[in-house]
Design a protein around this ligand. Structure first.
Ligand code: MN
Length: 586
């Protein structure tokens, strides 16, 4: 890898790229890392060149490429942030500092892992380019993993599988996710990896040959329909994702239809649907396997048409159809957005300080921000759990009656839906209609359901809901409701009559014999009847409450709820005056 290659790539992708900045960053980093070696024996700068090259290939801007070249100078050399800022400005210093902060997080056990998740995501919220640099830094580290001792290798590979690959996926960079996983796979599960390779070697080759035949037929057919495909690619499934999928399909390779898939890239959306039609004219589609991710993109923004058909010789093959733009976004994910914004010209480019996510920020990034706010007091364990549940699990899409798409975890219920729309709708949710029919609040929603919530302002959340809700956001919001309610109640209680002791005197005087007799039969004080009793007004215990008695100066028993704050205060001062009391069950 050389700086020339990077400059070439940057220029190729963007004629207005600031090559001078990239060169300066290179010279600065080379000097800073001088004499340092990687475990592979290579000069350290080779590592940062690889990182920067990938960023250039992803069509990221010059600032990001420069930051890629400089990404290790704060962590591994004497250079300070101030020096970096003086030389390259605030933005680059900020990016490099962010990358270094992420680098300090090491994967050791669950607690730490959760912590690193949190930090990673916080950085994402600030600037997603920090994450991109870190992802490519990690990619090159994985490519040179074999030079590290075994224990370290395993740790880094596992961390990559559990943190970096899901991140790449969530950012829509599917190809990078696949690469990270396939590089980590043999280090984390060496035996399983070997077995899989043995099993699929022939299958992959055989399917590639078969797809050549299909390709010829397709091109002919499309020509007839007046469609000129821009590109037809065959795409082999990545090993790790194949291994994951096999686990879900009884380990039966014949059930995996997308081992090798055909990808057709055509001019525009109309041609996508026409191509789909042409394929279905040739071969029968498998029911339930046509996926229209153009009308209904995946949460990470992915768009394409998918179909699986019974092909030549009755074999089952998956097709993916998309436009060049969709293809670019599938490859580059969120990074593609910056590329397009940078293309708007030199003037805009020079002025533009891209520090926040693009306007059509992916849905989940937005959700993540909200959710971070609401979970910031969680313990590391709980945070990890909720993260796994909400963001690393398959999601479904349902609609509001107006057609807005709401993304929820699988098996989410109308209550989750209501809270996803607005906390107030959730708190007052009385009834739901799913596809115009009245539905239970605990019914599991399905992809494509149209959900309507009927609210009632007098309705409040029920603790029963905890049994069936699926989104952690819902859980957090309901808990918050009950917490707020409890606090309001306590607040009200504080404003009630002064101290228990004074009021009790009044009560004792005011007690009417009749009332005492009536209560007397119902309550046992220390297992006994026959003692004068009055019911404390501060907490007015009733038959389903646990109770205690406070013995007054006049040797009467004042009955309180066991958890009454006034009673607790009195007990602290005069513990001997508080004794057991129960309701007389007879
Ligand atoms: Mn690095």
């Amino acid at each position: 890898m050389t700086i020339e290659k990077i400059l070439e790539k940057a220029k190729e992708n963007n004629p207005t790229a600031n090559l001078d900045l990239i060169k300066r960053a290179y010279l600065f980093a080379s000097k800073a890392h001088q004499g340092q070696k990687r475990n592979s024996g290579e000069d350290y700068i080779i590592h940062t060149l690889h990182t920067a090259y990938n960023l250039a290939e992803m069509k990221l801007n010059s600032t990001t490429i420069a930051a890629g070249l400089l990404h290790d100078v704060l962590e591994d050399t004497e250079i300070t942030k101030e020096e970096l800022e003086k030389e390259f400005g605030k933005e680059i210093a900020f990016l490099v500092e962010g990358v270094s902060k992420l680098g300090k997080i090491k994967y050791r056990g669950k607690e730490r892992q959760a912590e690193s998740f949190r930090k990673l995501f916080l950085a994402t919220g600030k600037n997603i380019r920090v994450i991109l640099i870190r992802l490519f830094d990690r990619l090159h580290n994985l490519e040179t993993l074999r030079y590290l001792p075994e224990e370290k290798r395993k740790r880094i590979a596992l961390e990559s599988l559990e943190i970096y690959a899901p991140l790449a996926y969530r950012l829509g960079i599917g190809e990078l996710k696949g690469q990270i996983e396939d590089l980590s796979f043999p280090h984390v599960y060496p035996e399983e990896y070997q077995q899989l390779i043995e099993r699929v070697k022939d299958k992959y080759q055989e399917r590639e040959r078969y797809l050549k035949k299909i390709r010829i037929k397709i091109i002919k057919k499309l020509r007839k329909e007046n469609i000129q495909p821009i590109e037809i690619q065959s795409r082999a499934k990545h090993y790790y994702s194949l291994w994951q999928k096999l686990k879900r399909y009884d380990n039966d390779l014949d059930k995996i239809y997308d081992l090798v898939a055909l990808r057709i890239i055509v001019k525009n959306v109309e041609e996508c649907y026409q191509t789909l039609g042409a394929i279905h004219k040739l071969w029968k589609p498998l029911p339930g396997r046509i996926k229209d991710y153009i009308a209904l993109p995946k949460p990470n923004g992915y768009q394409s048409l998918h179909t699986t058909v019974f092909c030549i010789d009755g074999r089952i093959i998956e097709f993916q159809i998309r436009t060049p733009l969709m293809h670019k976004e599938a490859e580059f994910g969120i990074a593609a957005h910056w590329y397009y914004s940078e293309q708007k010209g030199l003037k805009a480019f020079l002025k533009k300080k891209i520090t926040k996510a693009p306007e059509n920020e992916l849905d989940w990034v937005k959700q993540l921000k909200d959710w971070q706010k609401e979970t910031k007091d969680f313990s590391a364990d709980r945070y990890l759990e909720s993260l796994k549940i909400d963001f690393f699990r398959n999601r479904i899409f349902v609609f509001t009656p107006d057609g807005d798409v709401i993304s929820l975890p699988e098996e989410a219920t109308p209550v989750d839906f209501a809270y996803a729309i607005h906390t107030d709708i959730g708190n007052h949710c009385q009834q739901a209609k799913v596809n115009s029919k009245i539905a239970r609040l605990d019914q599991a929603l399905q992809n494509g359901d149209i959900v309507e919530i009927i609210v009632n302002k007098n309705r409040r959340p029920s603790k029963d809901w905890f049994r069936f809700i699926k989104a952690n956001l819902t859980r957090t919001r309901i808990k918050k409701f009950f917490k707020t309610e409890l606090e309001a109640w306590r607040e009200k209680r504080k404003k009630q009559p002064k101290t228990e002791i004074k009021r009790e005197k009044r009560e004792v005087v005011a007690v009417k014999p009749k009332a005492v007799v009536k209560k007397k039969t119902k309550i046992l004080v220390a297992g006994q009847t026959g003692i004068s009793i009055n019911i404390a007004r501060c907490c007015s215990p009733s038959a389903n409450n646990n109770i205690k008695a406070y013995i007054t100066k006049k040797h009467e028993a004042s009955i309180h709820r066991a958890d009454c704050e006034n009673l607790k205060r009195a007990q602290k001062k005069w513990p001997q005056k508080v004794i057991e009391a129960t309701w007389n069950e007879k």
